[in-house]
Design a protein around this ligand. Sequence first.
Ligand code: CDP
Length: 218
Amino acid sequence: MNRVICIDGPAASGKSTVSKLIAEMSGIKYVDSGALYRIATWQALEAGIDTNDAEAVAKFITGLKVDFVVKGNRVAYEVNGEEPGDKIRTPEINKHVSPVSAVPEVRTIVTKWLRDMRSVGDIVVEGRDIGSVVYPDSPYRFYLDADAETRTARRYKEDIQKGFIQNADQVKASLLNRDKIDSSRKTAPLKIPEGAIVIDTTPLTAEQVAAKIIELSK
Ligand code: CDP
């Protein structure tokens, strides 16, 4: 059975950076579950769906087609033959992604996609419910956290590089709002999976966190 390293945690806790490093350093494939929820949100918005209308979102998701392509050390996602890139990381998507992710039908479909990805080889999967719902039997489950100021500073820097115009207070409010919705929803809320190892990444570099997780996943 292929190994699955599960990395959960709140917004901007370092999951993506650390998971990509783990993939690079240990030669396994990187799987970004948040990108799938972001793609669902982006496509729903493009189709003019009201993201607060759970029924409409549920109906829409059953017809959504995403292709999975292994590219180097990651599983890439294509919609109509193209990777969406930063189109799914805008402040607008950040605003709508948590309500879309709370819809049970969306979670059922994305969870199935994520479970199927194990067939590509050993994987490192980052998200909110990976160790609690998607792969609860994996022995390698981690929960990353960092204080709100550190998380805001990290995301603000990334957003500026992507050209999104927002001030640090807006970035912080958006992160905290998503955390609140993600941890209070009924289906698969963000929480520390039972038995997972918790790492406070506030004082650590991404390289230090990645090295620690690789060591603990041997
Ligand atoms: O990178 P960041 O932590 O900001 O977010 P992300 O991992 O791209 O996830 C975006 C959103 O997708 C989250 O705020 C959740 O609402 C949702 N998500 C989820 O519900 N379950 C997952 N396994 C991953 C993401």
